[in-house]
Design a protein around this ligand. Structure first.
Ligand code: SAH
Ligand code: SF4
Length: 358
């Protein structure tokens, strides 16, 4: 049988599954695995155009922004894939002061941001008291803005205090929903169970929650990624951040191949069809492995961009992986560049808190 007949038959089989996903918003683990394992360029194109149409139905031409402030490269954890893990003696460490963080937010406000994401390694310096002070200052200066935190795993009590202080959203990728794979990516003292405990605490406390996973990281199979899709289908987070794994040379996974843009974009489209209102950010990692990666993602279902507001002096030190983009541009340049990329796919950045559609 000629090769293209084979591939068009495969495309047809997958098209039926995609129809089912659009109708029911739910597939079995085996069905997700088939969609992932048997991806063809034809299916990927079809999926991207359907995901793009769904994004337009829900969010029109609007793309939301979040100003990302990378507050610390100190971390007490040792995730095997991450360049700022505590065991990396060559990592360059920095920590922004409360004043510097608030200043970044003020600059961001003047540039049109109405939401700020404070992210960092698990740095013990950022106690609840310190963080509550910073959140309070940003909220008092800009009551029309939302504050999002991304500081990893903390106690329920801590999440409660930060929420009371005015943080409304929390990003905590689950990384992988497969317990066996989670163990291979993390040291023994970390567990998927605790990650999931954090996510359900955050949800119960009332945060808008961002989960997410890495794509193409060592040992990951289509069956593992199917678990991720099923987890998102069941947990229904407000946001889902996914990006390709990219090696950082001083980590245990430093010589492993990176994930691909093709697989990442394909999964983004599946997520958009599964959960039409989901906030799906264009990640820097996707733009790092492919120059037009973020445009491809935006044309395939993404609806959020996260320009960097961190001071230029620290950008290169927040080195989760090698080759990170946008380490040499001022915040204003970053937003200008991203807004041109968004326009290329027929959408527009808006000045808005960018809450998930209810
Ligand atoms: N410490 C916090 C937030 C900072 S890390 C936390 O872990 O949640 C933010 C994200 O960067 C992680 O969730 C992980 O998915 C991603 N990341 C870390 N190392 C990476 C790598 N080598 N390639 C791609 N993404 C990576
Ligand atoms: Fe620390 Fe987050 Fe990196 Fe893990 S992924 S080492 S928690 S910064």
């Amino acid at each position: 049988m000629p090769h293209d007949l084979h591939s068009s038959e495969a495309d047809e089989g997958l098209a039926l599954l995609i129809d089912k996903l659009c109708r029911t918003r739910s597939l079995s683990l085996g069905e997700y695995e088939r969609l992932i394992a048997q991806r063809t360029p034809g299916t990927a194109r079809e999926l991207a155009s359907r995901a793009d149409a769904v994004r337009r139905q829900v969010y029109g031409t609007k793309v939301f922004t979040r100003g990302l402030i990378e507050v610390s490269s100190f971390c007490k954890k040792a995730c095997l894939y991450c360049g700022i893990r505590r065991s990396n003696a060559t990592a360059r460490r920095y920590r922004l002061s409360a004043d510097e963080i608030v200043k970044c937010a003020n600059i961001g406000y003047d540039l049109g941001f109405r939401t700020f994401v404070l992210q960092g390694g698990e740095d013990p310096f950022f106690t609840d008291d310190v963080l509550c002070g910073i959140i309070g200052q940003i909220r008092a200066g800009h009551p029309d803005c939302a504050v999002t935190l991304s500081f990893g795993e903390r106690s329920r009590k801590s999440y409660e205090r930060l929420h009371e202080a005015g943080a409304e959203r929390y990003l905590l990728r689950h990384e992988t929903a497969s317990p066996a794979l989670y163990r291979r990516w993390h040291p023994p003292e970390m567990s998927l169970g605790n990650r999931m405990r954090c996510l359900s605490d955050l949800r119960e406390i009332g945060y808008a929650v961002g989960a997410g996973f890495m794509v193409g990281a060592p040992f990951q199979t289509a069956a593992d990624l199917a678990c991720d899709l099923q987890f998102i289908e069941q947990f229904q987070p407000e946001m889902c951040g996914i990006g390709p794994f990219i090696p950082q040379k001083d980590t245990p996974f430093g010589d492993r191949p990176a994930g691909t843009a093709e697989q990442t974009v394909y999964l983004l489209s599946l997520l958009r069809l599964m959960q039409p209102k989901l906030l799906l950010p264009a990640t820097t990692a996707l733009g790092t492995i492919l120059p037009d990666g973020r445009e491809r993602g935006l044309a395939a279902g993404e609806n959020v961009v996260m320009p960097n507001l961190s001071p230029l002096s620290v950008r290169k030190k927040y080195a989760l992986y090698d080759g990170k983009l946008c380490t040499g541009e001022e915040a204003a340049q970053c937003i200008g560049c991203l807004s041109r990329r968004v326009q290329l796919v027929g959408a527009n950045i808006v000045i808005d808190r960018g809450d998930v559609k209810s």
